[in-house]
Write a protein that binds this ligand. Structure first.
Ligand code: ADP
Ligand code: MG
Length: 699
C-alpha cells in the first residue's frame, strides 16, 4: 500500500474508472492532488434564516421540515420538476428542481433539510429554484449540522470538466478522513513554531472545511493560518530546491580565477571616459570581488535605463582580459550588439585587446575565420547575439560572459555553458527592475548588484498624455526640438513581427512625417522585418545625426543609446505595457538637454490602459513602475507573453502572497546553510520539483 497521499483517486468511494478519467483530465490523479487543490472561494451557510424573514433577491440558508414533496411530469417529453415545501416555525417556502427526478427518492416528507440558494419572488410567493440542499440526519432541528454543502462554511472548488464542486467536496471529505495520524510534515517544527504555522494535517482540514467561527472574509483573502501554512509549504519546497542547487553549483570551482593588482587597476581606469557614480563604483566592486572568488560568479546587475551598466561591464571585461581570459558579450538584438561593439572598440582602442562582432549577418567566410581566431585565443572579446554561447563557438579560455537585457535567459544559458564543461563568470544586466516577488523565483539563485543612481546632469523626462485629437500639438513640439538640433523617435506598436497592418501604419507615418510635416528634416524607418544590414544602416545614420526622426516599431525598445534624442513619441500608447513604456521613455533624457515623452492614445481605451499611462506620468522610478505593472498584469504577463521562469503553483499566488515567498526564501537559505538537510526533507523537495516545478536536477 503506497502512502495515502500518493494513492490514486480511483481508490476513493464512488470513483470508478470513468470518474477517475474525468478527474485525471481535470488534473487530479492522486489524493494529494485533490487535497492541494484548495477551494477558490468560501461561503458562509452556517447562519440559518427563519423562513418567515427570507427576502427575495438574497441568498439564504433555511432549515426546516419537508411538508410535501412530489415529482411533476411536464408536457415536454422527459422534462420533470420536483416540488417540495419546506417549513419551520416562522413560515413555509416552495422549492423546485428541474430535471432531477432522482430527488423523489432523496427528499421525503417529514425529513429535516437545509436548503440554500437565491430566493425569488413569483406570482405565487417566495420560491427557491434549484437550490442546494442537504438532509439533516437525526431530525431534531437544533442538533449540530454535519453537512458538506450547507449548514456550515462551504468550500467552492473550480469546476473543471465534469468534476463538479459537490463531487470534490465529497471526495475531499473522504480523503481527509483517511489521512494517517502520523502524516509527515515537510515544514520542520522549528520553522513552524517560529512562523506560527499550524501542522499539516490540521491545515488541510481547516483549509477545506473551516470551523464555523472562521471569518469568511479572511478565508476569501486566503489569510487564515491554515491556508497560509499550506502556501508557505509550497513556497518553502520551491525555495529549498533553488537554495540547494545554488549551494551545489557554488561548490564547483571555476577553471580560471582572475587576480586584480595595481597594474590591472590602472589599465581599467584608463578605459573610463568619465567618473563613475557611487552606485556604479559599488556594483563594480561587488562584481570584481566576485570574479576573484574561486566559484563562478552568477550575478545580476540591475540599474534603471540610463544608469550606465555598460561601462561597468566593460571594466569587468578588461579585468578578465588582463588575466588572459576571453569575454563573450551578448545582446538580445543585432542592433544592440552593434551598438555595444561600437562602444567597446572606442573604449578599448588604445588597448592591445582584439574585439570582434559575430552576428547572424556575419558572412560565412568571415565567420569561419573569426571562429578560428576565437578558438586560437587571438580574439579576446567577441560581441554578438546570444547564439554566441549556444552555438558551436569553441573558446580558448572563456572567463566571462556578459548578457545584456536578457535576465530571462540567464539561467538557461548558464546551464548550456555548464553542459559544455565551461564555468565562466556570468554577469547578467537588466534595466527591467524585477519586483521583489519575481526576483525570488527564477532569480533566487542569483546574486544581485544594483545601481540606484543616475549619472549627473540628467533631467527628468517631461511626460505628456495626449489624445489623438491633439496630434498637431505633438508635431509642433517635434518641429521645435528638431529646429534646435535635437532628434526624435516615433514608436509604433507591433504585436508580432509579421503584423502587416501595424507595419503599414509605421510606413505611412514615416512618409507622412517626411512629406507633410517635417519636410526640412530627414525621417528614417526601422522595423523588425528589414534585413539586418538595412537596420544597421538606419540605426547608424540616426546615431550619427544624419537622420533626425526615427519612426520605428519597438525594436529600439531596449538599450539603444543616442544622447542627442530628446523626444519620444509613442503612438497607440494605450496598447503598450508599463515596463515597455518605461523602456521607451528611457531612450530619451540621456543627455543634458530637456527631454519629452509623449504618449499618444486613441479612444476607446480600457480602464487599465488609463491606469498605466497615469502611472507613467506620475513616476520615473523604474521599481515603482515594475511593481505597478505586476499588479496590473499579473506575474504571468510581466515579462511579456512568456511564462518563463515562473513556477507552476498549486496554492500560492506570487502577488497576493509575496510576504510568504520572502519568508520561504529566508528559511530555505537558512536550512541549506546549516549542516545537512534531513533526508525526508530532501525527498519532499525532490518530489515536488519533479512533479510540480518541473525543472532539472536538485542537488
Ligand atoms: P544602461 O544602464 O541603460 O545600459 P548605458 O550604459 O547605455 O545605460 O549608459 C547610458 C549613458 O550614460 C551612456 O551614454 C553612457 O556613456 C553614459 N554614462 C554612463 N555612466 C556615466 C557616468 N558615470 N557619467 C556620465 N555619463 C555616464
Ligand atoms: Mg544598456
Amino acid at each position: 500500500m503506497p502512502d495515502w497521499l500518493s494513492t490514486p483517486l480511483q481508490y476513493l468511494k464512488g470513483v470508478g474508472p470513468r470518474k477517475a478519467a474525468d478527474l485525471k483530465r481535470a488534473g487530479l490523479t492522486t489524493v494529494e492532488d485533490l487535497l492541494y487543490r484548495l477551494p477558490f472561494r468560501y461561503e458562509d451557510r452556517s447562519r440559518m434564516t427563519p423562513i418567515g424573514s427570507v427576502r427575495p433577491g438574497a441568498r439564504a440558508a433555511v432549515l426546516g421540515e419537508i411538508r410535501t414533496a412530489h415529482l411533476a411530469r411536464t408536457r415536454r417529453r422527459g422534462f420533470t420538476i420536483f416540488h417540495a415545501v419546506v417549513a419551520d416555525a416562522s413560515g413555509a417556502v416552495r422549492c423546485s428542481w428541474m430535471n432531477q427526478a432522482f430527488l423523489a427518492d432523496v427528499l421525503q416528507p417529514h425529513q429535516t433539510v437545509v436548503v440554500f440558494g437565491e430566493v425569488r419572488l413569483d406570482s405565487s410567493g417566495l420560491h427557491f429554484l434549484n437550490p442546494e440542499y442537504e438532509l439533516v440526519p437525526g431530525a431534531g432541528a437544533d442538533e449540530p449540522l454535519g453537512g458538506l454543502r450547507t449548514g456550515r462554511i462551504v468550500p467552492f472548488y473550480e469546476k473543471t470538466g465534469s468534476v463538479t464542486p459537490n463531487l470534490q467536496r465529497r471526495l475531499v471529505r473522504e480523503a481527509l478522513d483517511r489521512l494517517p495520524a502520523d502524516l509527515p510534515d515537510p515544514v520542520p517544527p522549528d520553522i513552524r513554531s517560529g512562523l506560527d504555522l499550524v501542522a499539516r494535517r490540521e491545515a488541510l482540514e481547516a483549509a477545506h472545511f473551516p470551523d464555523a467561527d472562521t471569518a469568511v472574509d479572511t478565508l476569501n483573502a486566503f489569510r487564515t493560518p491554515a491556508q497560509r501554512r499550506l502556501i508557505f509549504e509550497e513556497f518553502f519546497l520551491y525555495q529549498l530546491g533553488h537554495a540547494w542547487r545554488r549551494r551545489a553549483h557554488g561548490a564547483e570551482a571555476k577553471h580560471h580565477v582572475p587576480v586584480v593588482d595595481d597594474r590591472i587597476r590602472a589599465t581599467a581606469a584608463r578605459v573610463l571616459p568619465f567618473r563613475l557614480t557611487a552606485g556604479q563604483k559599488r556594483a563594480l566592486k561587488e562584481i570584481v570581488d566576485d570574479m576573484q572568488a574561486p566559484r563562478p560568479m552568477h550575478r545580476l546587475l540591475q540599474g534603471d535605463v540610463g544608469s550606465g551598466k555598460t561601462i561597468v561591464a566593460i571594466v569587468a571585461a578588461v579585468v578578465a582580459m588582463e588575466n588572459g581570459l576571453q569575454v563573450a558579450f551578448m545582446a538580445p538584438t543585432e542592433i544592440l550588439a552593434v551598438q555595444h561593439y561600437t562602444t567597446l572598440i572606442q573604449r578599448l582602442a588604445a588597448s592591445r585587446f582584439r574585439v570582434e562582432l559575430l552576428t547572424g549577418s556575419t558572412s560565412a567566410a568571415r565567420r569561419r575565420a573569426l571562429l578560428a581566431d576565437i578558438t586560437r585565443g587571438s580574439t579576446h572579446l567577441v560581441v554578438g547575439t546570444h547564439a554566441l554561447v549556444e552555438d558551436a563557438v569553441a573558446f580558448h579560455r572563456l572567463g566571462l560572459v556578459v548578457i545584456d537585457e536578457q535576465h530571462r535567459f540567464g539561467v538557461a544559458q548558464r546551464a548550456a555553458l555548464r553542459d559544455k564543461g565551461l564555468r565562466p563568470d556570468v554577469l547578467l544586466m537588466t534595466a527591467t527592475p524585477i519586483p521583489r516577488t519575481l526576483a525570488l523565483t527564477d532569480y533566487s539563485e542569483l546574486d544581485v548588484s544594483r545601481i540606484p543612481d543616475l549619472p549627473p546632469g540628467r533631467r527628468p523626462v517631461t511626460t505628456r498624455i495626449v489624445p489623438e485629437s491633439r496630434r498637431d500639438d505633438v508635431y509642433e513640439l517635434l518641429r521645435r526640438q528638431l529646429e534646435e538640433g535635437r532628434q526624435a523617435y516615433v514608436i509604433y506598436p507591433l504585436v508580432d513581427e509579421s503584423d502587416k497592418l501595424d507595419l503599414k501604419s509605421a510606413t505611412e507615418m514615416a512618409d507622412h512625417l517626411q512629406g507633410d510635416v517635417l519636410p526640412a528634416f530627414r525621417v528614417g524607418l526601422l522595423h523588425g522585418r528589414m534585413a539586418p544590414e538595412a537596420k544597421e544602416r538606419v540605426m547608424q545614420a540616426f546615431a550619427g545625426g544624419r537622420i533626425q526622426v526615427l519612426v520605428s516599431t519597438t525594436v529600439v525598445e531596449v538599450g539603444v543609446d543616442v544622447p542627442n534624442a530628446t523626444v519620444m513619441v509613442v503612438e497607440h500608447a494605450e496598447r503598450f505595457g508599463l515596463s515597455q513604456l518605461h523602456q521607451l521613455r528611457g531612450r530619451v533624457g540621456r543627455g543634458s538637454e530637456a527631454s519629452f515623452c509623449v504618449l499618444l492614445y486613441q479612444v476607446p481605451w480600457t480602464h487599465e490602459a488609463r491606469e498605466r499611462l497615469k502611472a507613467m506620468a506620475e513616476t520615473h522610478d523604474g521599481f515603482a513602475i515594475a511593481e505597478r505593472d505586476l499588479e496590473l498584469r499579473g506575474p504571468g504577463d510581466f515579462f511579456g507573453t512568456r511564462q518563463s521562469g515562473l513556477p507552476r503553483l498549486r496554492t500560492g499566488d506570487l502577488v497576493r502572497d509575496r510576504d510568504l515567498m520572502e519568508a520561504a526564501h529566508r528559511e530555505a537559505r537558512n536550512a541549506v546553510s546549516g549542516s545537512v538537510l534531513p533526508p525526508e526533507l530532501l525527498q519532499f523537495v525532490t518530489e515536488r520539483w519533479r512533479d510540480q516545478f518541473g525543472l532539472v536536477e536538485v542537488g
